[in-house]
Design a protein around this ligand. Sequence first.
Ligand code: 16C
Length: 256
Amino acid sequence: RDRLKQKSASVLTTPTMSAIEHRLWPEIEKITMEQLHYARLGVGAGGWQLFAEDGDMRMYRREEEADGLVVDPLKACHVVKGVTGHEVCEIFFSPEYRTGWEATLEDMIVVEKVSKDTLIFLQTHKRIWPASQRDALFWSHMRRVSDDQDPDAHDLWIVCNHSTEHPDYPPNTGKCVRVYLTVCLVCQTFIDPPKDEDEIKRENITCKITYCSVVNPGGWAPASVLRAVYKREYPKFLKRFTSFCIDQCKAKPITF
Ligand code: 16C
């Protein structure tokens, strides 16, 4: 654990200055910290139902509706060997990797670069028949977080995505209906066995991942179709994303 602390000491522990000065900053700070707290609550309480399981991956949902639309919250956990939380978050955050793992994506642009750790994305996603095609406009913020209250909370990284507005990209003007999302990916690195002299290799690293998501479809979409689609697509996403991370990292030096 001390070695992890030393390894992480050189990386960003606070958000970058230009992000703090941005008009969206108070919201980004508030939602990111709320999502971190929410992710770490676990699934013991809160009526979570297991709907998918594969190896170390578990996916839970709660059936919820808002104005007649399915908005089921999702919470998933996974354990991945050979990658660090920093590496996994970097791949989830960075636009350059997205087409490599995001199977529902049709198109993506970066609308605004707030800072090196905060971007605003506009994405169009594949259409689900018989509903209209969807797009999503959201800020995405990545950072390393620490929690002095919890001694186990070492080397935590988070990426938080949350819907926003932009005057140049108003919703529901073209063929797409806009979805509204709050998503977070929280990762923690563990090293085993903790030998002091040996160099840490990829085989000694484990990353614990928690992924939480709430997507409001923004307009009509049949509940049964939507639930069938997410039950198939979320496990597909997490398996594809984590194998993509392993593949991307295996030949590279470890980034703590
Ligand atoms: O978190 C994920 N990806 C991030 C980077 O892209 C980001 C994006 C979230 C997108 C949220 C879904 C947007 C609508 C998707 C339409 C589904 C197309 C399915 C096509 C099947 C052929 O945070 C990973 C996201 C993994 C998404 C899994 C699918 C979730 C379906 C949820 C239903 C949304 C309502 C659609 C209404 C028609």
